[in-house]
Design a protein around this ligand. Structure first.
Ligand code: GLA
Length: 729
């Protein structure tokens, strides 16, 4: 890891950030203009082999009367502004009543021997000596606006972390109308844009589109990163596969509205960007104030999607997740939601606990319906005290009994919401996001609390602290079941377009406080499944409920998309009842188990209703998972067959870091007549070692499994899944 600074001639500096895998080269030129020269594979030295050509291009204006060739419109910029001759999609827009341009010129730099953490926002972390940061200060002298760009390079990953700070050093107030967190101007546009799109219960669907001239945007304006989009995009050269091809990725460490994408210009250069969504954002920047935009990550590999995935998994596990559970194995849980929905009492929960213990489950989670008078989803959000009719002996007594059986106890909350039918709403009708002159818009019959207000933040810290201390709680599922509308605050102390970002700052403040107060609690984030599965939430809660859709076949696609960028250890995956409650499909218990074992295994069905033969099978699954859990949760993921390219077949494998053990899962969706034989070539093993199949006890060479392959037994059945476990001899 290194940051080199070279003087070039009289008026230029060259900054070269690098480690073993990646290089970023930035140059300053005449009059403080600043250009990007390279982002990609690590190079040992940069001597301007791709020197900047200055050509007189029609309709591209510039600052020099005697030089028609210089225009910001045609060069690879580092952080583009609007109004100064670059007509492409800008990274930043600032205005007041008189001015709406921003002329940023390089002023100074600093090399900081560590990562710079963001205040009030989630951001990556690294040990001292494991990261170095370049800080560039750019200044607009007319507006007295200072922009600081931070780039952090790490010893152990190709990921570069970047963020932006804007300070108003003048005497006039300004409005930040748009601010992106990362921008990369790339030399050409021969890429495909990849995004993880979707819907409720159909999250993280892999989508690939060739670039075209103009704007292509991936975004959310729902007040959450959303089911429909993911704060991530990557560009891949068209022939990229799991093992080869260039992939340039961008991620935002944020959970609210965002915008990512590309703008391809008239000269086929590509501007890639990610940041806050300017449609729902602006910020009043008073004199002497600084605004910090969320952190972004930029990634590069020329070894295909597989390498990108493993690099991101490593980065998130080591530099985004926090706390006791950062790398710790996750408990196997039983959640009562699909088992009972709202219809439970103490004896039902204890009966579930008995069965859970019998099969070896480790944690019992009491989902929605334990508070206020919540018998359906129409009331009580905000009333975080016990539903005494359901649990008359109290929560503490229930948890004690569950603990005595040998199970940990977890609880569901949805703190950010308020039901109109709640004591909280009756006492504080102005605590929800709303516009004074408009009626509410309902979704699941609930409203969103105004987390931009400090009094609401304090109330939530207090209410959730009470829940967490009311009994021996080991796990909290933090849900969020609607998107935001009428995003305004009754206090009217801020501009209305500041509220959605101030909401996120309020949420992050609450989460910082609660995770510090309750470090032993495993928090799992949820938003109707994966509606807020992002790096912002993962910085506080090291696990997410991947999707409300628990159908094994749908999960192939959802888990493929999710694990494309997020580590498997963060991914909640449950076995549920059949016919499946979301899509009605009937799949075997074996298949449901095999697919749920691809993440953090849990169960979400009424174990008291299952025949003994199925309970025995579940007990076996739980035992198997306990044996392979470290390989899955802490190992490396290799995809063998992807549901996007071979929709009828999916196969993936995990190898532990020392290559001493591997787990392989193959799944066939529909049986076919005369289907070809399947021989899977494994990946990531030690070529010189032998591995034993733990079931058949037959051993094979690592090279044999990788270059000859493993035959998958053919089965004439739909929805078939099989798992293999190999250990090094
Ligand atoms: C959301 C969650 C579910 C469940 C319900 C409870 O939909 O995703 O897992 O907790 O809320 O209302």
């Amino acid at each position: 890891m290194d940051i080199q600074v070279k003087q070039q001639g009289n008026d230029g500096l060259q900054f070269h950030l690098s480690n073993n895998s990646v290089s970023l080269v930035i140059e300053t030129v005449t009059d403080g203009y600043i250009f990007l020269r390279h982002f990609g594979k690590k190079i040992n030295q940069y001597n301007a082999s791709n020197w900047a050509q200055f050509i007189d291009r029609a309709f591209s204006p510039g600052p020099y009367a005697d030089n028609r060739c210089f225009s910001l419109d045609t060069q690879r910029q580092v952080y583009a502004t609007s109004g100064m001759g670059d007509f492409r999609y800008p990274a930043i827009m600032i205005s007041n009543e008189k001015d709406m341009g921003l002329d940023l010129r390089f002023q100074s730099y600093e090399i900081i021997e560590e990562i710079v953490k963001l205040t009030g926002l989630p951001s990556s972390h690294a040990d001292k000596k494991a990261a170095k940061t370049l800080r560039l200060t750019l200044v607009d002298d007319v507006l007295a606006i200072h922009v600081k760009l931070f780039y952090t390079v790490f010893t152990d990953t190709s990921v570069i972390a970047t963020h932006v700070e804007v300070t108003n050093n003048g005497t006039q107030p300004y409005v930040i109308e748009k601010i992106h967190s990362a921008m990369l101007d790339l030399e050409h546009s021969n890429y495909e844009l990849i995004e993880l799109a979707g819907a409720y219960a159909r999250e993280k669907t892999f989508q690939k589109t060739p670039l075209k001239q103009g704007l292509m945007s991936v975004n959310s304006r729902r007040g959450a990163s959303s089911h429909q989009a993911t704060p991530f995009t990557c560009l891949a050269t068209p022939t990229t596969n799991e093992e080869q091809g260039e992939v340039i990725g961008m991620h935002l460490v944020y959970s609210g509205d965002f915008e990512a994408g590309v703008f391809v210009d008239q000269l086929q250069k590509t501007r890639m960007f990610i940041g806050l969504n300017h449609e729902t954002f602006h910020w009043n920047l008073a004199p002497k104030q600084t605004f910090t935009a969320p952190e972004a990550l930029i990634t590069y590999t020329n070894q295909g999607f597989g390498a990108m995935t493993r690099d991101m998994h490593h980065f998130v596990s080591n530099h985004i997740l926090n706390g006791v559970y950062q790398k710790a194995l996750r408990p196997i849980l039983l959640n009562n939601w699909e088992a009972t929905y709202f219809d439970f009492d103490e004896s039902k929960i204890l009966a579930l606990a008995d069965k859970a213990v019998e099969v070896g489950i480790e944690l019992l989670v009491l989902d929605d319906g334990w508070f206020g008078k919540r018998d359906d989803d129409n009331s009580s959000l905000g009333d975080w005290f016990l539903h005494e009719k359901k649990l008359p002996k109290g929560l503490e007594s229930l948890v004690e009994q569950v603990n005595e059986k040998g199970l940990q106890f977890g609880i569901w909350v949805e703190p950010e919401m308020i039901s109109v039918d709640s004591e909280l709403y009756r006492s504080h009708p102005d605590w929800c996001l709303h516009m004074a002159n408009r009626d509410h818009l309902y979704s699941r019959n609930q409203l969103v609390l105004d987390l931009s207000r400090v009094d609401v933040q304090e109330y939530l810290i207090d209410a959730m602290s009470k829940v967490c201390t009311s009994a021996n709680i080991s796990y909290v599922k933090w849900d969020m079941n609607r998107n935001m509308t009428c995003v305004a605050s009754a206090l009217r102390q801020y501009g209305v377009k500041e509220i959605s970002h101030r909401y996120m700052l309020g949420l992050y403040r609450i989460l910082t406080s609660l995770t510090a107060k309750f470090p032993h609690i495993l928090f799992e984030s949820c938003s109707g499944g994966g509606g807020r599965y992002d790096l912002g939430m993962l910085a506080y809660m090291p696990q997410t409920w991947t999707s409300d859709n628990t159908d094994a076949v749908c999960r192939l696609q959802i888990q493929y998309g999710t694990s494309f960028i997020y580590p498997v250890i963060t991914m909640g995956a449950h076995v549920s009842a059949v016919p499946n409650h979301q899509v009605g499909r009937i799949t075997s218990l074996q298949t449901r188990g095999a697919i749920a074992m691809a993440g953090n295994l849990g169960y979400e069905l009424d174990l008291t209703q299952l025949p003994q033969i199925e309970l025995d099978e579940i007990e076996k699954q739980v035992q198997t998972y306990k044996a392979i859990r470290p390989i899955i949760q802490q190992g490396d993921l290799y995809r063998l067959l992807n549901p996007t390219t071979t929709p009828n077949e999916t196969a993936f494998m995990y190898v532990d870091k020392d290559k001493t053990a591997a787990v392989i899962t193959y799944c066939q969706v529909l049986a076919q007549a005369e289907s070809p034989t399947v021989v899977l070539r494994l990946k990531g093993l030690d070529e010189t070692a032998s591995y034993i199949d733990m079931e058949t006890k037959k051993s094979y060479g690592g090279d044999e499994l990788m270059y000859v392959g493993l035959t998958i037994p053919l089965e004439r059945t739909d929805f078939y899944a099989v798992t293999f476990h190999f250990e090094k001899c």
